[in-house]
Every structure is written in C-alpha cells, then in structure tokens.
Design a protein. Structure first.
Length: 202
C-alpha cells in the first residue's frame, strides 16, 4: 500500500466534510418555496416506512461492497473507494446550492450512516449516488454481488422517490453524478497513483 494513496484519500475526505457543511448551511438559507408533485407520486401512495426501506437498501448495497473488498484479501480497494465517495460528496456539495429545491412533501427524513457526507436537499440525490457508487466499486468477477448491488442500488433510488425524499430527476442526477465521480477518480488514480486498470464494462 502506497503512503500517498492514503494521504490523497484523507485530504479528499476532509475537503468533502468541509464542503458538505458549507453547502448545507448555504442550502438551508436558500431552500424556500412550495414543493411540486412528481408524476410517480400520483400513482403510489405515501408511506413513512418507504424512507426506512431506502436506508436499509443503501446499507445492504454498502455491505455488498465490503464483502467484495474482503474477498480480495487486501485493503487496496479501500482508499480508492473512500476517495470516490468523497469526490462524489464534494461534487454534490458544489451542485446542491445551484438548485436549492426542497424535498417533496411530506418527506419525514431519515438517518443514514452517510449523513456526514450528505448536505440534505433534493438535486442531485445523495442516496442514489452513493448506492450506484457501491455497485460500481464491486468488480465484475464478483457477478453475484455485482448484480445484487445493482438491484439494491436501483431500488434505493426508487424508494427515495416514493418516500417523497426525492423527485425522479434527483435520482437520475445522483446516478449520473456518481458515475462521473467514479470515472473521474478512476482516471486520476491510474494516472497519478498508478492504480491497476479496473474491469468496468460500461
């Protein structure tokens, strides 16, 4: 394990925490006005349990990645994974104040182990972004874990919509931003940290 991998990772985590705190403060001062309905909300009735299901699905997706990392019998995936998650948090913190929309009503809110990297807000979805990142971080040689993680990641986004935690566009935006953060850090890691090429097929 190269020392500079952990140095870069720790720096990104610190920046992510700082950026998220600033973004949340700025967002809370801007997010006003009425919410608008998502078309899916017209067809699926609200249930406060949906938000808890979304949190459980996100936790399951993260556990699937941890199992995959354990199977590799090395801690090499860990600094890269943490740097990718931190990069996503930084990008979301920069974008969030640009569209200070409030969550759809009546979202009850929910606790997440990733709350420190989540500035709240609607666009883009932090839950969808983190979930898709855990899927991307699992190598294709772990096919069962990979496809299971894809399933739980997509379900996380769906349940965030029907729980009124996000609009559909927020979830789509979170997925796209998560993919962009992964690609960006993968390119940087291979060029600057000499990380081996990953087997991402799309």
């Amino acid at each position: 394990m190269k020392r500079n991998e952990w140095v870069i990772t720790i720096i990104l985590i610190v920046i992510a925490l700082f950026a998220t705190t600033i973004s949340a403060t700025y967002y809370n001062n801007l997010a006003t006005g009425p919410t608008v309905p998502d078309i899916i909300h017209h067809y699926i009735a609200f249930n406060p349990w949906y938000s808890h299901i979304a949190e459980i699905l996100l936790a399951i997706t993260s556990i699937l990645f941890i199992i995959s990392a354990y199977h590799q019998r090395t801690d090499k995936p860990i600094p890269f994974a943490l740097s990718v998650l931190a990069a996503f948090a930084i990008l979301r913190a920069l974008i969030l104040p640009l569209t200070p929309l409030t969550n759809p009503f009546p979202y009850p809110g929910a606790f997440s182990p990733f709350s420190h990297f989540n500035a709240g807000g609607a666009f883009p979805s932090g839950h969808a972004g983190f979930a898709i990142l855990f899927f991307l971080l699992i190598p294709w040689k772990e096919k069962k874990l990979k496809y299971t993680a894809l399933f739980t990641a997509l379900l996380t986004g769906f349940f965030m919509i029907i729980s009124r935690g996000h609009y559909t566009i927020d979830v789509v935006g979170g997925i796209l931003l998560g993919y962009a953060a992964y690609r960006m850090m993968d390119y940087f890691w291979k060029r600057k940290v000499k990380r081996p090429k990953v087997d991402l097929k799309f």
